[in-house]
Design a binder for this molecule. Structure first.
Ligand code: IVH
Length: 686
């Protein structure tokens, strides 16, 4: 493409491009813009008008919007008049990011107000603010442009550079109307409840780790490396302190907040000016009453001296200012009747006992269900159906049953035990080793279908492009898929899928369908990985596929035969046998066969392969290959990969930070080679 093409202000639907075309176009646009940036900023010799530059940028943004997963932090669209900064580099704080002294009762608040008041002769003014439950950030603006954002880090010396991620927060102003030379503000990044629930629902769908509360989620999100995740998850910001401002002075904190609001900052809402301890306590109580009605979490109220020069006079210890304290509200608890216990099957197959409660108002919401965690928890607290129980919102988020009012236990209270079969699909349940978790072992359990499909389609398994969480969710909701096997008849619904638009336009639908079609030819080890048999990951699936020519012979194998396989212990062998013994599995495999999914391994390559008969153990990080790539190369060349070093190991392939396996190899005098030698071995013996 020439520069000229890019300037035409046509309205173009970028979603109709193929991925490859989009990648090429993005690279081209980014290079053009980077060149014009250089000409403009560094060489002072712009070649194009501002309008043309804006048109290029607009085109880039539109393209990135159409292909959000191709957006990266280094794109010129993500940089405002500055350079790209690495996420999470350490940067020195100019103003320490202090924390606050916590107080837990009214007397401590009165003491604080009295202590501060006694320091000065004239009346003292305090500001009472909600204490937002998120994570602290410092934001730097130079000449009105947002240039740097740091987390607390160690609070005093350095913070982590999260500038690129902060840029993705919608209510963070990137430019200010009154561009003072140097400005630093401090605020709290938080995740609204609604967004938090969305994130966890999605995590659950993909079988990912659930975040315990919005604060953890906000912190994890801001500190991860892909700025797009920040945008998707919907982090937000409140500013609560002016840290530094060159070119402008303020007498009070409240004046500085008012000015910051004029500059477009989302200033901490609902701050109150008070003079006496009673007024302060009233303001604290008022925030306390409101806290359960807010769409975001607060974990206290902050009481601060308003006058800035007086703050200076009082100073700070090495950790906290002497002019402010944080009042922490106690979590709300209530007693109510446990009406029943039901069992939920999560998307990971975990069975969770849930308390059905007589509805009770708690921490701002009506609570009628609470988690009972697991069987051990129920047994330890001797919780029975019909009991009066105390309920609390732990961290004001997840309702939990804390205990039982034993003296009031009704005579007909009933004990509870988790079922031995899944309430959704009827497959046997199984308690995990060394854990209190009980899971459904069903191979095609509807409760776990979304996670199963995502895993089935993942890179290591059937490697089907375009079957990510959002698409899978849409297919399930649209009723297109009720079993893994239904994926292979999706092509019958092509027209309806295109019409409904749930997974994009014609091109996206066709890409997905052809990806699924191609996956039919995957060798057995990929299919076995994708089936998600407990304890059987890619490596074990390769061993199975390497030792059984097809699915039928594997399905006929007994535990003893499987135990003879390299790296197969009782747990894995048993998991395989019980998986294939299930009626659900037999039906699923049968349907997959009928859909034309291949049930055999890689065809044997004629003649000897270079690594035939050799067993390798991989340890540490190899410079050029991932573990699974190295494993694949070895197995393609006839070698076996094992997880443990023994006298039978032919070679240990060691990379950086190799651990105990290397020691073991040395003990047993097993030859140790590096990646380069492995590659040579692969070539030499061919
Ligand atoms: S003032 C020098 N005000 O609470 C300023 N902090 O426990 C000291 N926080 O790390 C903090 N809302 O991240 C202040 N309205 C508010 C706040 C607030 C939340 C956080 C802040 C700090 C932590 C201290």
């Amino acid at each position: 493409m020439t520069d000229g093409d890019a300037f035409t202000a046509e309205i173009f639907d970028f979603t109709t491009l193929t991925r490859l075309e989009a990648v090429a176009m993005l690279a081209d646009l980014r290079a053009q813009i980077a060149r014009h940036n250089r000409l403009y900023y560094d060489e002072d010799q712009p070649e194009i008008s501002d309008e043309d530059y804006d048109a290029l940028m607009r085109r880039l943004r539109d393209l990135e919007q159409a292909w959000p997963d191709l957006l990266d932090a280094g794109s010129p669209s993500q940089i405002v008049g500055g350079t790209v900064r690495p996420v999470l580099g350490a940067v020195a704080h100019r103003v320490p990011m202090l924390s606050l002294q916590d107080v837990f009762n009214q007397d401590d608040v009165r003491d604080f107000v009295q202590r501060v008041g006694a320091t000065f002769e004239e009346t003292t003014v305090f500001v009472v603010e909600p204490k937002i439950d998120g994570l602290s950030v410092a934001l730097r603006y130079e000449n009105g442009l947002f240039t740097l954002g740091l987390t607390r880090g160690d609070g005093v010396h350095t913070g982590e550079d999260v500038t690129m991620n902060l840029r993705m927060i919608k209510n963070l102003p990137l430019t200010l109307p009154e561009p003072v030379a140097d400005l630093e503000v401090r605020g709290e990044v938080y995740l609204p409840f609604e967004a938090f629930e969305r994130v966890n629902a999605r995590q659950e769908a993909i079988g990912g780790k659930l975040f315990a509360n919005p604060r953890n989620c906000a912190a994890g999100t801001l500190r991860q490396l892909d700025p797009n995740v920040v945008r998707e998850r919907g982090l937000a910001l409140f500013i609560f302190n002016l840290q530094l401002c060159r070119g402008k002075t303020f007498q009070t904190h409240s004046q500085s907040l008012a000015w910051l609001a004029e500059q477009g900052f989302p200033v901490i809402p609902d701050y109150t000016l008070c003079q006496t301890a009673d007024e302060v306590l009233q303001a604290v109580a008022r925030i306390g009453e409101q806290r359960f009605r807010l769409p975001y979490g607060i974990d206290g109220a902050v009481i601060k001296l308003d006058d800035l020069s007086r703050r200076e006079q009082m100073g700070a210890t090495s950790k906290m200012p002497r002019w402010a304290v944080a009042y922490k509200y106690p979590p709300e608890k209530k007693e109510t009747r446990l009406l029943d216990i039901v069992v939920q099957v999560g998307r990971t197959g975990r069975l969770t006992p849930m308390a059905i409660l007589k509805p009770v108002q708690l921490a701002g919401t009506t609570v009628s269900r609470a988690t009972l965690h697991n069987q051990d928890y129920i047994d330890a607290l001797d919780i029975r159906i019909g009991d009066l129980v105390q309920v609390q919102k732990a961290g004001d988020i997840i309702p939990a049953v804390l205990g039982v009012n034993l003296p009031k236990r009704p005579p007909d209270a009933r004990k509870f035990k988790l079922p031995t079969t899944c309430p959704v699909c009827g497959a046997p349940t199984e308690r995990e080793q060394d854990s209190a978790d009980v899971r459904c072992t069903g191979s095609d359990c509807p409760a776990q279908l979304a996670r199963h499909i995502i895993y089935f389609a993942s890179k290591n398994a059937m490697n089907i492009d375009g079957l990510g969480p959002a698409t899978v969710e849409a297919l399930l909701q649209g009723g297109y898929v009720e079993s893994l096997a239904d994926l292979f008849s999706l092509n019958q619904h092509r027209d309806r899928l295109i019409e409904s638009g749930i997974i994009g336009k014609e091109k996206s639908v066709d890409n997905l369908l052809s990806g699924i079609d191609a996956a039919r030819q995957n060798p057995l080890d990929r299919l076995l990985t994708g089936l998600g048999i407990r304890n059987i990951g890619r490596q074990a699936a390769r061993v199975l596929a390497g030792n059984y020519p097809d699915m039928d012979s594997l399905m006929a194998a007994d535990e003893e035969q499987l135990l003879a396989l390299p790296d197969f212990g009782q747990v894995s062998a048993r998991a395989v046998v019980s998986f294939f013994r299930q009626e659900q599995t037999k039906i699923l495999i049968d349907r997959l066969k009928r859909a034309g999914v291949r049930m055999t391994g890689e065809s044997q390559i004629a003649g000897r392969r270079p690594l035939d008969g050799l067993t390798f153990v991989l340890t540490g990080t190899l410079p050029g290959l991932s573990r699974s790539q190295a494993g694949e190369l070895i197995e393609k060349a006839g070698g076996k990969v094992s997880g443990a070093v023994s006298a039978k190991t032919s070679y240990v392939v060691a990379g950086e930070a190799a651990g105990s396996k290397l020691d073991k190899a040395n003990q047993l005098a097993v030859p140790v080679i590096d990646e380069a030698e492995l590659l040579r071995l692969l070539e030499e013996e061919e």
